[in-house]
Ligand binder design. Structure first.
Ligand SMILES: C[S@@+](CC[C@H](N)C(=O)[O-])C[C@H]1O[C@@H](n2cnc3c(N)ncnc32)[C@H](O)[C@@H]1O
Length: 255
């Protein structure tokens, strides 16, 4: 007589198995990357977002994906894609524009801006850190601390007194992990960038400033609405999902 044994199946922990499979993550990033190369950004995002099991995972995949694109497309950092996405949505920059980029090191956004404004335009990249030489001839660098130095005079000197068409600020502090401290430091930089923009931007000029949400930032937003015809909060796809950063996009400076 054949004895039939009762078989007990243990449920397979699919989720945790998937999380541990490094190859799978590589495969997903490859898929997303191929989709992007075929100009299907939506599919790339879907692959990265919807098929990925955890937030941390999405973050890592997303960072790898943009890092890889940046390497391939000759940008120094994935921050370039934040500006490119904003440009696509809001048309911040035009060919021939003068752009001031604060907190610009290592320079991905400056490179993206330089490609948009072309050889007849100019990008002034400012950071406390020393830049590696750019091959783009329309990028000028200034090593300055925006909280301490007279950035307005220094930039105006480079521009022979001309005002800028756009100002970008991606300046952010070295984070301590203490939320209140990081918030206030980021706020100081956002506020300073805004004050510099008020002095440097021509009438009709545009602004993109990194910020974190807090009470003070809401005050800054109200102030911006008095100075610009259009103000919107923008969260780029290339940002980490877990960070609460966003950018103010302000268009058409009134005076
Ligand atoms: C997120 S990184 C910028 C990345 C850059 N936008 C890119 O495209 O590669 C933030 C930068 O802000 C700069 N920064 C922070 N505080 C600053 C200050 N007080 N003055 C000038 N730059 C500052 C840092 O040195 C750092 O390079």
């Amino acid at each position: 007589m054949v004895r039939i044994e009762k078989v007990h199946y243990k449920p397979v922990p699919v989720r945790s198995l998937l999380l541990e499979m490094k190859d799978l993550s590589e495969l997903m990033i490859d898929l997303a990357y191929s989709a992007a190369l075929f100009h299907d950004q939506k599919l790339a995002e879907e692959v990265l977002e919807e098929r990925m099991p955890t937030r941390r995972w999405i973050d890592e995949a997303r960072r790898d994906y943009y890092r890889r694109r940046a390497r391939e497309e000759g940008y120094r950092s994935r921050a370039a894609y934040k500006l490119l996405e904003a440009q696509k949505r809001f048309k911040l920059l035009r060919r021939g524009d003068i752009v001031v980029d604060l907190g610009a090191w290592p320079g991905g956004m400056s490179q993206a801006a330089a490609r948009i404004v072309g050889p007849e335009g100019l990008v002034v990249a400012v950071d406390t850190r020393d830049f590696e030489r750019f091959s783009e001839e329309n990028i000028v660098t200034l090593q300055l601390d925006i909280l301490e130095d007279d950035v307005v005079s220094e930039v105006l000197r480079v521009l022979d007194g001309k005002r800028a068409d756009a100002l970008i600020s991606d300046a952010s502090p070295r984070f301590t992990g203490v939320r209140d401290v990081d918030m206030i430091r980021q706020y100081e930089l956002s506020l300073k960038a805004y004050e510099i923009a008020r002095s440097l931007l021509r009438r009709g000029g545009s602004l993109m400033v990194k910020a974190f949400d807090c009470d003070e930032v809401r005050g800054l937003e109200r102030e911006m609405r008095r100075e610009f015809e259009f103000v919107k909060r923008f969260i780029p796809r290339a940002k980490r999902k877990t960070s609460s950063e966003f950018y103010f996009i302000a268009l058409r400076k009134i005076s």
